[in-house]
Design a binder for this molecule. Structure first.
Ligand code: PLP
Length: 280
């Protein structure tokens, strides 16, 4: 039985619950992180813990656990559940509030949950060797996508649209027809050997895999630009790929009906995937 951490205690998931007045449940008033466990390691752990701290700061939510303590709990959950591959999920909400008031109340005790899910991330290898299909979908989300908030309805609807269209991911476009990101990933294109991705702004989540890949691009003297690109540029790119904690670097070979890179994963995307995995 999987063990989780909930507000200071380690318990079986089936015996763990939060109160129905939890502000995460009522308002989506909380933040989260997903960290991959691969090759028996917590991948990009420091980047995820740093982003969690930043998300908490952005919504003015204080907790009495340090980054180190969250790291230790995550490692303990991995150990107790004997997890070699999968994810660690961390969720922090503002806490329980029986009076249901939108405003942030004072002195609530945040609900902190950490658990693990067994996932065969090696399955992604086969997907990456063939590349995946994506669908275009309007970016209907709120304007603070930089916060890794548990309010995910826009992302959920986009992901479900992808599912209905037998796609791996939805690629989101804004009112100006520029690509922001995927429903749960950062989106990249390659044109004339230059990698492009959306610049850091309120409109995208600053992906940890994105950050790590930028480091790899820099150390390998590969050209990249943080620059917005249009749907048209996406569809006429030499290569397209997405990055996320569980997909690593995933080539996209078809967007709706349009084939990218002749429908096969591009050589640069595959080389970057290799470099990313060996960096783990
Ligand atoms: N953008 C969105 C909306 C996401 O949900 C995610 C990951 O879940 C990402 C980007 C990629 O972030 P990371 O590379 O940290 O997984």
């Amino acid at each position: 039985m999987t063990t989780c951490y909930i507000n200071g205690k380690y318990k079986p998931i089936s015996k763990s619950s939060v109160n129905i007045t939890d502000r995460g449940l009522q308002f989506g008033d909380g933040v989260y992180e997903v960290i991959a466990i691969y090759k028996d390691k917590l991948v990009d752990l420091n980047l995820h813990l740093k982003r969690l701290k930043l998300s908490l700061k952005k919504i003015d939510l204080k907790i009495n656990l340090s980054e180190k303590q969250i790291e230790n709990i995550s490692l303990k959950i991995k150990k107790i559940n004997n997890l070699k591959m999968g994810i660690i999920y961390i969720q922090i909400t503002r806490g329980n509030q029986s009076t249901r008031d939108h405003k942030y109340p004072k002195d609530l005790k945040p609900n902190i949950i950490i658990y693990s899910i067994n996932k065969n991330l090696d399955k992604m290898e086969l997907l990456a060797s063939k590349g995946v299909k994506a669908s275009l979908y309007p970016d209907i989300r709120w304007l603070r996508s930089d916060i890794k908030s548990t309010s995910l309805l826009g992302n959920v609807m986009a992901a479900n649209f992808a599912k209905k269209n037998k796609s791996h991911e939805s690629i989101l476009f804004d009112y100006d027809d520029n690509i922001t990101e995927g429903n749960s990933s950062s989106i990249w294109i390659i044109k004339n050997n230059i990698c492009y991705t959306h610049p850091v702004s309120y409109r995208i989540l600053k992906g940890c895999t994105r950050d790590k890949l930028i480091k790899i691009l820099r150390t390998n003297n590969l050209q990249f630009k943080e620059k917005t690109f249009s749907t048209k540029s996406l569809l006429s790119a030499d290569e397209v790929f997405m990055t996320s904690a569980t997909n690593f670097i995933m080539p996209i070979v078809k967007i709706d009906k349009k084939k990218i890179s002749k429908g096969k994963p591009g050589p640069i995307s595959l080389a970057l995937r290799k470099k990313y995995i060996s960096a783990i």
